[in-house]
Design a protein around this ligand. Sequence first.
Ligand SMILES: C[S@@+](CC[C@H](N)C(=O)[O-])C[C@H]1O[C@@H](n2cnc3c(N)ncnc32)[C@H](O)[C@@H]1O
Length: 280
Amino acid sequence: MIDPGQVALGIVAGLLEARTGQTLTADRAWRVGTALTHVLRGNALGSLDDLVVRLADPAESRLAQQVVDALLNNETYFFRDRAMFDILAARTLPELQQRRAATRRLAIWSAGCSTGQEAYSLAMLIAAEPARWRGWAVDILATDVSPSMIASARQGSYTQFQIQRGLGALEMVSFFGETASGWRAAPALQRMIRFEPHNLLDAPPFPGRFDLILCRNVLLYFDRPTRARAFDRLAEALAPDGRLLLGAGETTVGQAQALAPIPGGYGLHGFAPMQERLRA
Ligand SMILES: C[S@@+](CC[C@H](N)C(=O)[O-])C[C@H]1O[C@@H](n2cnc3c(N)ncnc32)[C@H](O)[C@@H]1O
C-alpha cells in the first residue's frame, strides 16, 4: 500500500530538487516535518498532506518558496574555517594581486552565501589592509538561490549570537555598529558587496571573469551528477588562472574534469593541467 505521508514527502523533496538541485537524502528526510512546522502553522495547514494539496495550485508560488527556504541548510558564520581565510589573506590574495597588477581589478564571488557572513568576512580581509588595496577595484559578488537569504544578507543585520560566531571584539566594533536589535554592517563594508539571487546550476553571472570563487558547504547536498554540473558552472565562471575555494573536506577529485586541488592549498582549487584532464 502507498503511504500518503511518503507521497507528500516525495512531492516536497521534488520541489526542493527542482528549485535548487539539492537532494533530500534519507538522513535529512526525517527532519522535514520539524523543518516545515512554522510553514504549516503560518499558513494554517494541519499536515504535510494539506501542504502538498495547496502546493498543487500554481498560484501558491510564495508558499512553494517558503517550503524551499525552510528545507535549505543555511548554516554559516563569520570567518568559517578561519585557517582558510588566513591562507587567503597571507597567500592567495597577494598572489592574485600580483597577477592583476596591470589592471588593478579583482573579481570575487561568494556562491551560496546564505545570510552573507562569508562575503562580509572577505570584505573585512580587504578593508583591514587599506594601504595594500589603495587604488584597486575589488568587486565582491555574493549570491544564493534563496531570495530571502539575499534580502537578509543585503540588510547586513545580525543578532548578538550571530555576530559573536567567528568575530573577535575588535572586528565587531571596527566593522559593525550596534543597533537596538543587534549589529549592522558598516555602510563602507556593505558598499563593497553586491548581493544577488542566483542558482549555481544556471549560467554563471560573469563567465571567465572571477579571480577567486568561494563555494563552500553548498555542493554537499547535490547528488553526483548535479555536483558535476555545478563544478562545470564554477569552471565556466573562473578566470584561467583563478582560484576556487571549497569547504573543509570538499574536493573536485573524481568529480570534476577541469578543476584540481592546489597542492597544500587547503581547499583551494584551480584549472588542472591539460594532461590531468585527459586522464580523468
Ligand atoms: C550551508 S550554507 C553555506 C554558506 C556559506 N557558503 C558557508 O560556507 O558558510 C549553503 C547555502 O547554499 C545555498 N544553496 C543551496 N543550493 C544552491 C544553489 N543551487 N545555488 C545557489 N545557492 C544554493 C543555500 O540556500 C544556503 O544558503
